[in-house]
Design a protein around this ligand. Structure first.
Ligand SMILES: C[C@H](O)[C@@H](O)[C@@H](O)[C@H](O)C(=O)O
Ligand SMILES: [Mg+2]
Length: 380
């Protein structure tokens, strides 16, 4: 049903100076400024319906530069995190998801009402990455971890991969604080090559991580398979996906038995449809989906996908958990709601992408209030 015509389209470069506090820093991206290309499509429809879209980048990535694709050097934080979410669809024929999709969705009808009720009452389980960015001191790590425990978090992710001694010390701190039972995940953000990943993780195995995330280049599907073969016997799964930009890559990772936890990213996979294909494939291969989130708005978006996955596709919470990062939610009109370390289902219509106009104005790059103050200071 046509309700109106597009009357206006705006694209804005919105950046948050997160690097100033070391937020978001990992072994490859040492000073990210969480940013987004923010697109609003307005219509002349009577009800004023409009569409908002965000593409997450690490700052300079919002200046799309096609000549700088591929794997950057450590510290090359400004690059787009590989590809642009809005340019999402891979060409070619749909994969196996089309044929098996109907069957999976039909099976998903069984018990759907109960799962919906359960989600509304309990929410979808989450883990926190907010305590242990590489940019944080040990004191900050301890303080944030103590607070997270108080707030009821039971699953924690720690950044690793730059320096083994640092990793040993930080993992010891966090394991001591959370105790042996709570869940610890590790994330190397692509830092290692294949043998290095196996060696390094053999040393960190004593901290009992559930998974090592992005142990090597996200393009190295067979490398992931090798790492997975070596680490699964140590009780460590491989998690990856935040840099995978289409369903074909996920299909190959699944076929090669290269991962034990599949991490969709709502922006990277550019479009809800592409995400849905991957959810269906993961179900077919019986691999749990544990979405990547954080950045600007990724939590807001991906909560819709993962709750749908539970209610209509996977019907399971076993080994499943969605990432949560506690930054920048205040800039959204419909921010996520976390209760008892779980995502409570969003009730507002839409995909929770709309940002507050006031925040966009302030953080627009380079002429927003925030950057006008910061840029001269940085130039000196
Ligand atoms: C640069 C970013 O903060 C990443 O470190 C972050 O997305 C991370 O890989 C994650 O899994 O949360
Ligand atoms: Mg990660």
């Amino acid at each position: 049903m046509v309700r109106g015509r597009i009357s206006r389209l705006s694209v804005r470069d919105v950046r948050f100076p997160t690097s100033l506090g070391g937020h978001g820093a990992d072994a490859m991206h040492t000073d990210p400024d969480y940013s987004a290309a923010y697109v609003v499509i307005e219509t002349d429809a009577e009800d004023g319906i409009k569409g908002c879209g965000i593409t997450f980048t690490l700052g300079k990535g919002t200046e799309v530069d096609w000549s700088r694709k591929g794997r950057g050097a450590p510290g090359d934080s400004g690059r787009p995190k590989r590809g642009v979410g809005l340019v999402g669809q891979a060409g070619g024929k749909a994969c196996l998801e089309v044929t098996c999709g109907h069957e999976i969705l039909q099976k998903g009808q069984i018990g759907k009402k109960e799962r919906e009720k359960q989600m509304l009452a309990q929410g979808y389980p989450a883990y926190t990455t907010s305590c242990a960015w590489l940019g944080y001191s040990d004191d900050t790590l301890k303080q944030l971890c103590a607070q997270a425990l108080k707030d009821g978090w039971t699953r924690f992710k720690v950044k690793v991969g730059a320096d083994l001694q640092d990793d040993m010390r930080r993992c010891q701190i966090i394991r001591d604080m959370i105790g042996p039972e709570k869940t610890l995940m590790m994330d190397a953000n692509q830092r290692w090559d294949v043998p290095e990943a196996v060696e390094w993780m053999s040393k960190l195995a004593k901290f009992k991580p559930l998974w090592i995330e992005e142990p090597t280049s996200p393009d190295d599907i067979l490398g992931h398979a090798t790492i997975s073969k070596a680490l699964v016997p140590l009780g460590i799964g491989i998690a990856t996906g935040e840099q995978c930009h289409n369903r074909v890559i996920f299909k190959q990772l699944l076929q090669a038995k290269a991962l034990q936890f599949l991490q969709i990213d709502s922006c990277r996979l550019g479009s809800v449809n592409e995400n849905l294909s991957v959810l269906l494939m993961a179900k077919k291969f019986e691999i749990p989906v544990c979405p990547h989130a954080g950045g600007v708005g990724l939590c807001e978006l991906v909560q819709h996908l993962i709750i749908f996955d539970y209610i209509s596709v996977s019907a399971s919470l076993e080994n499943r958990v969605c990432e949560y990062v506690d930054h920048l939610h205040e800039h959204f009109k419909y921010p996520v709601m976390i209760q008892r370390a779980s995502y409570m289902p969003p009730k507002d219509p839409g995909y929770s992408t709309e940002m507050k106009e006031e925040s966009v104005k302030k953080h627009q790059y380079p002429d927003g209030e925030v950057w006008k103050k910061l840029l001269p200071a940085q130039e000196n």
